[in-house]
Design a protein around this ligand. Structure first.
Ligand code: NAP
Length: 229
C-alpha cells in the first residue's frame, strides 16, 4: 500500500514512517525543511525506493501544490494528516492572535488543503482512507479545563473538517476519521508524556488498517475507544 504522511521529520510522523517501512509499505513523506529529512535519509537509502522524501509546508498553498504534483503521479491508498503545532499555551489575557491564526492555518486548514490537493491520487487508490491526527484537546465534550485556546480551538476546527469531509466523500467510498494518539513522548508531548511513540503508532495503524465505512466521520483514540466531539 502507498501511504502519504505529513510532518514526517520527527515524533509521531517519523514513527509512522518507520513502522510502515518495516511492514513493507511504500511511504511518501512530507517534511517542512531539508534539515527535517536528516533522520529519514538513512531510512530512504535502506528502503529500496519505498520511501521518498518531499518538501511540504502545510501552511503554504505553493508548497502543497508542488508536493501534490510529485505525489499524484501514482495512486495514493492512505493519507495520514499528522503535521501539527502546539501553539502558545496562553491564558485568556495573554492570547497571541497571530500565533493563534498560524496554529489554525497549520492544524485545521493544512489537513483540508492537503486532502483536497491529493484527492485525484486518493481516488485512484485501492482503499480511499484519510486519517487525521487530532487530539482529545479538540473535544468540546471532554474539555473541563481552561487555557490553550489556540491548540484546543484549532483541533476542534479540524474535527469539524473531518466530519464534513466524511459527509462529502462518503458516496465515493472514502473513509475519513479523527484520531487521538494519546499523550505521546515527542517534542510536542514533552518530558512528562506517558506513552512511547511506537506504542501509540502501533495502535493508530491497527485502527487505520481496520477502519471501514462504519467508522467514517468519527473520532477514536489510539486504543480504539470512541471519543465524543
Ligand atoms: N505528542 C502528543 O502527546 C500529542 C497528543 C495529541 C495529538 N498530537 C498530535 O500529533 C501530531 C504529531 O505530533 P508530535 O507529537 O509528533 O509533534 P512534534 O514532535 O512536535 O512533530 C510535529 C511535526 O509536525 C511538523 N510540522 C509542524 N508545522 C508544520 C508545517 N507548517 N508543515 C508541515 N509540517 C509541519 C513538524 O515538522 P518540523 O520538524 O519541520 O518542525 C514535525 O514533523 C500533531 O498533529 C499533534 O497535534 C500529539
Amino acid at each position: 500500500m502507498r501511504y502519504v504522511i505529513t510532518g514526517a521529520s520527527r515524533g509521531i510522523g517519523l514513527e509512522f514512517v518507520q513502522q510502515l517501512l518495516r511492514r513493507g509499505d511504500t511511504v511518501e513523506a512530507g517534511v517542512r525543511s531539508p534539515e527535517g529529512a536528516r533522520r529519514l535519509e538513512p531510512l530512504a537509502r535502506e528502503s529500496g525506493n519505498r520511501l521518498r522524501i518531499h518538501a511540504l509546508d502545510v501552511e503554504s498553498d505553493a508548497s502543497i501544490r508542488s508536493f501534490a504534483a510529485d505525489v499524484c503521479a501514482s495512486p495514493v491508498d492512505v493519507l495520514i494528516n499528522n503535521a501539527g503545532v502546539i501553539g502558545l499555551w496562553c491564558a485568556l489575557t495573554d492570547v497571541d492572535y497571530a500565533d493563534m491564526a498560524r496554529t489554525f492555518a497549520i492544524n485545521a486548514l493544512g489537513p483540508l488543503r492537503v486532502t483536497s490537493a491529493l484527492l485525484p491520487a486518493l481516488r485512484r487508490g485501492a482503499v480511499r482512507k484519510v486519517a487525521h491526527v487530532s487530539s482529545n484537546m479538540g473535544s468540546v465534550t471532554n474539555n473541563t479545563d481552561g487555557g490553550a485556546y489556540a491548540y484546543r480551538m484549532s483541533k476542534a476546527a479540524l474535527n469539524m473538517g473531518v466530519r464534513t469531509l466524511a459527509n462529502d466523500l462518503r458516496a465515493e467510498g472514502f473513509v475519513t476519521v479523527a484520531l487521538h494518539p494519546g499523550w505521546v513522548q515527542t517534542d510536542m508531548g514533552g518530558p512528562q508524556a506517558t506513552l512511547p511513540a511506537p506504542e501509540s503508532v502501533r495502535g493508530l495503524l491497527r485502527l487505520i488498517d481496520g477502519m471501514g465505512p462504519e467508522h467514517s466521520g468519527r473520532f477514536f483514540d489510539y486504543q480504539g475507544a470512541e471519543l465524543p466531539w
